[in-house]
Design a protein around this ligand. Structure first.
Ligand code: G3H
Ligand code: ZN
Length: 275
């Protein structure tokens, strides 16, 4: 199947799962899980993961090849890019969906730089997600932080972005799925903004919370840490079972299978098929 584009993928699902990968096996598992769920999916590569590999090109090439060979629509997305040059590089290698994250800057600079990047991304035929800055002096996904509806509407209008990451009660990198989301705020934001809403830090949200967020209007559900937990638990279990194993395939295969199963399960929750 050819590489999918974000507007079509979003239009075809009530919400879409966006899963972060660091290793090739996890990227393979995300695609396998989506195929098993008969659902489209977003394969996300963050600036952090790119830094781990020392460059964008090898991981991007692998993701693009996997997407093109998948039996379901797959969008390859650059996640949490804080540098304009990385956005340009992603567009140049064929990634057509990016998040430009200038939320660490003050609001005026975030708006100015995001608007400029949005113009470049659109000129290249791409799709851009952004995040509104540090509300109340804290990171947008810190505990207690919430997006202001009017401020978000002004930001989207002024920058021309295609989607907005909003702060509604989730936090990045939670190991427990205990976050409580503000569904009333999600519904208000969905009604006020002309673009899809993105939930970051969804690893900290239980299945019922994800379903509630989607029902309230959330459209892109970003999950990273939870897949790391699933992968590492499976690998640890395998190494404990077989301490003499040295061929990485012995422990990577069960890890990949476990991640694929969890992606399938989560996609059923996100798309509503599991209900
Ligand atoms: O952009 C990626 C996500 O927000 C992932 O967050 O690792 O807490 O699930 P998470
Ligand atoms: Zn995030």
């Amino acid at each position: 199947m050819p590489l999918a584009d974000m507007p079509e993928l979003l239009a075809a699902h009530r919400a879409v799962g966006a899963f972060n990968f660091i290793t090739l096996e996890v990227a393979e598992a995300i695609v396998a899980g989506a195929e098993a769920a008969s659902s489209g999916v977003i394969l996300q590569l963050s600036q952090n993961a790119i830094a781990f590999h020392g460059g964008l090109a090898p991981a991007a090439a692998a993701a693009l090849h996997l997407a093109e060979g998948a039996r379901v629509p797959v969008v390859v997305h650059l996640d949490h890019a804080t540098e304009e040059a990385l956005v340009d590089e992603a567009l140049a290698v064929g990634i057509r969906s990016v998040m430009f994250d200038a939320a660490h800057l003050d609001d005026a600079e975030n708006l100015e730089r995001t608007a400029a990047v949005a113009t470049r991304v659109h000129a290249a035929g791409g799709w851009i997600e952004a995040e509104l800055g540090e509300i109340g002096g804290k990171g947008a996904h810190s505990p207690g932080v919430r997006t202001d509806v009017a401020e978000a509407a002004r930001f989207v209008d002024a920058t021309g972005v295609d989607a907005l990451a909003v702060a509604v009660g989730s936090e990045h990198a939670m190991r427990e799925r205990s976050a409580r989301l503000d569904e009333h705020l999600i519904a208000e934001l969905a009604a006020a903004l002309p673009v899809p809403l993105v939930l970051h830090g969804s690893s900290g949200v239980a299945d019922a919370g994800i379903d509630g967020a989607v029902r309230a209007g959330m459209r892109k559900i970003n999950i990273g840490t939870h897949l790391n937990t699933v992968l590492t638990a499976a690998v640890r279990g395998e190494l404990e079972r077989d301490p003499d194993a040295i061929d990485p395939r012995r422990w990577l295969a069960p890890g990949r299978t476990a991640v694929a199963g969890e992606v399938h399960r989560l996609l059923d929750v996100i798309t509503g098929r599991g209900a």
